[in-house]
Write a protein that binds this ligand. Structure first.
Ligand code: BGC
Length: 256
């Protein structure tokens, strides 16, 4: 049977989707991107997701990411998205709007799973933390390859604020920080992660992971810190991994 699924990664600036080959973790068709509507209310997002899926083409189940805690398919937080999402059952909402079987997952958890399966975390056991640096800071925690969902380590307090409000990639841009100055903030953040979690590996993801040569060499911690390997596609590929493709997961989704 087919080993493909559609992944849709819903971010603060763009909604990206593609068909993904789940055996290789490669995109198996055109990568579609439509700007995130503002305000990014549930109705507006659902509309754009429908258009993305249409342009991706084909049928079958869809995995979606949101930059939010999703527990029991329900969105629980809205740090960088419209507060109208809180309390929305993402799976039911997108299933009703698209007529497809849907899986929904936190964006960093999806990207992390993609890296564990196909990228920088392949074959790595122990405690692995993927940190995504973008508008906010996302995290995904793995223990021997198993995801501990919704870890939200970007909201740990650092310098009296949420770490993401001081050290995210968006803050580097906003404050026009040099790579070195920004790396000093990341150094403090990674030191805190070490003190609290004692990971065996930290994977640095998010769009800026493409530019890791500019800042990772300034960071000196006891843990191995490596750049992500799937770059911008990690979210789409990880989303597709959560599409309910098997009979078992289909049942789970429809029973909820
Ligand atoms: C959200 C997380 C998300 C991260 C990256 C944070 O503000 O709370 O759920 O993973 O941003 O998008």
């Amino acid at each position: 049977m087919t080993n493909h699924a559609i992944g849709v990664d819903i971010g603060g600036t763009g909604i990206k989707g593609a068909r993904v080959d789940l055996a290789s973790g490669q995109l198996a068709g055109e990568r579609v991107r439509i700007a995130t509507p503002q305000p990014a209310t549930p109705d507006a997002i659902v509309d754009v997701v429908n258009r993305v899926i249409e342009r991706v083409g084909g049928d079958g189940p869809v995995g979606l990411t949101l930059p939010a805690v999703i527990r029991g398919n329900v969105v629980r937080t809205a740090a960088n998205i419209d507060p109208g999402w809180i309390g929305v059952n993402a799976v039911d909402t997108f299933a009703a709007a698209t007529g497809r079987r849907i899986g929904a997952v936190n964006d960093a958890d999806a990207a992390g799973l993609a890296e564990m399966r196909y990228g920088a975390g392949r074959d790595r056991s122990g405690v692995v933390i993927m940190i995504t640096l973008g508008t906010g800071i996302g995290s995904a925690v793995f223990v021997d390859g198993n995801l501990v969902p919704n870890s939200e380590l970007g909201h740990l307090p650092l310098r009296q604020v949420d770490a993401e409000d001081w050290a995210a990639e968006s803050v580097r841009e906003l404050e026009d920080l040099s790579w070195k100055k920004w790396a000093r903030r990341l150094q403090a953040y990674f030191e805190m992660l070490e003190r609290l979690m004692w990971p065996d590996l930290i994977i640095v993801g998010g769009g800026v992971s493409k530019k890791s040569a500019k800042f990772l060499h300034h960071i000196d911690v006891q843990t191995d810190v490596v750049p992500a390997e799937l770059f911008n596609d990690a979210g789409i590929v990880g989303a597709a991994l959560f599409a309910p493709v098997t009979d078992a997961s289909t049942k789970e989704t429809t029973d909820q």
